[in-house]
Design a protein around this ligand. Structure first.
Ligand SMILES: NC(=O)c1ccc[n+]([C@@H]2O[C@H](COP(=O)([O-])OP(=O)(O)OC[C@H]3O[C@@H](n4cnc5c(N)ncnc54)[C@H](OP(=O)(O)O)[C@@H]3O)[C@@H](O)[C@H]2O)c1
Length: 276
């Protein structure tokens, strides 16, 4: 039950019906006993800016922003944190007296999920894919001081990413398997392995013992890549955790309480997602 004083936040996207964020945030709100609500906001492209400014005028504390608006959101913010500036994209907005503050929490969410599954590898990382998610993750990994290489099907996109992130190295897509022994962390940021998509072709037989294999695809919960990693005794880090952890800073900023990503949260959020 919410009252007239309820604190409001939401997720803006187009479409937005697939978003799992309302389930997550409303679970945390109920658990913390907060008088508040987190609502899905489907906003058509022509109305994006007017909708964001309108939500701020309505007293919303802020919003998450999802596809296709992360770049447009960064462009209309009055201030951006370092991660959003580097990514050129914002997924979390806070409305305050000084305007709209944008953050990018994808990288933080990725690292927090990694940390929840064991020590963050200090050796080199191989990132497959060079899209929006890769940019946030590469930037976060470089920030931890590790060496990061990116391999992407389209070389031009890998080159563009490396040009935007100083220190990021490029590996030819065709060499991703033979080079595997040199890495402590392998991350799939492509959409391969997702339900209704072909699996990622990645032979793990050259992996060093202890290789950490993270997939950010979370439908299914265990992608073929994670399945093969686990079968080889490697550390497998599922993508759902990134989704859960990236939501923590927003909830804390809007509702004033730091929520926990615990077993109950995992159970609630994985319900309905195919296991494999
Ligand atoms: N767990 C989370 O919280 C989280 C967060 C964000 C995204 N994701 C997931 O991460 C995935 C990528 O998201 P994104 O926003 O970065 O997407 P994106 O910007 O569209 O990038 C897609 C990437 O996948 C590659 N790719 C697509 N089809 C391929 C194929 N057949 N062979 C080789 N590479 C292929 C693309 O390579 P090209 O450049 O060659 O096209 C590109 O590198 C999606 O599945 C998304 O659901 C998860």
């Amino acid at each position: 039950m919410i009252t007239g004083d309820a604190v409001l936040a939401g997720v803006v996207g187009w479409p937005v019906a697939h978003s799992r964020s309302p389930r997550l945030h409303n679970h945390w709100l109920a658990k913390a006993g907060i008088d508040g609500a987190f609502v899905p906001l489907a906003v058509a492209p022509a109305s994006f800016e007017v909708a964001i400014r309108g939500l701020a005028a309505c007293g919303f504390r802020g919003v998450n922003v999802t596809i296709p608006y992360k770049e447009a959101a960064a462009a209309l913010c009055d201030t951006l944190d370092e991660a959003a500036r580097r990514a050129g994209a914002a997924n979390m907005l806070v409305f305050g007296p000084d305007g709209i503050a944008g953050s990018n929490t994808d990288g933080i969410g990725f690292l927090a999920n990694l940390a929840a599954h064991g020590p963050i590898p200090t050796g080199p990382a191989l990132l497959l894919g060079a899209g929006g998610a890769a940019r946030a993750i590469a930037s976060a990994l470089l920030g931890t001081g590790v060496r990061v290489r990116v391999a992407n099907r389209s070389p031009a996109r890998a080159a563009a990413l490396a040009a935007a992130l100083p220190g990021l190295e490029i590996l030819d897509w065709a060499q991703r398997e033979e080079a595997l022994a040199d890495y402590a962390l392998l991350v799939n940021t492509t959409s391969l392995g997702m339900q209704h998509q072909p699996p990622l072709e990645m032979d793990l037989s050259r992996a060093a013992p202890g290789l950490v294999v993270a997939d950010i695809v979370y439908v299914p919960l265990e992608t073929p890549l994670l399945h093969h990693a686990r079968a080889r005794g490697l550390v497998a880090v599922p993508g759902l955790g990134m989704l859960l952890h990236q939501a923590v800073p927003g909830f804390q900023a809007w509702f004033g309480v730091r929520p926990e990503v615990d077993a109950q949260t995992w159970a609630l959020m994985s319900a309905g997602i195919p296991a494999q």
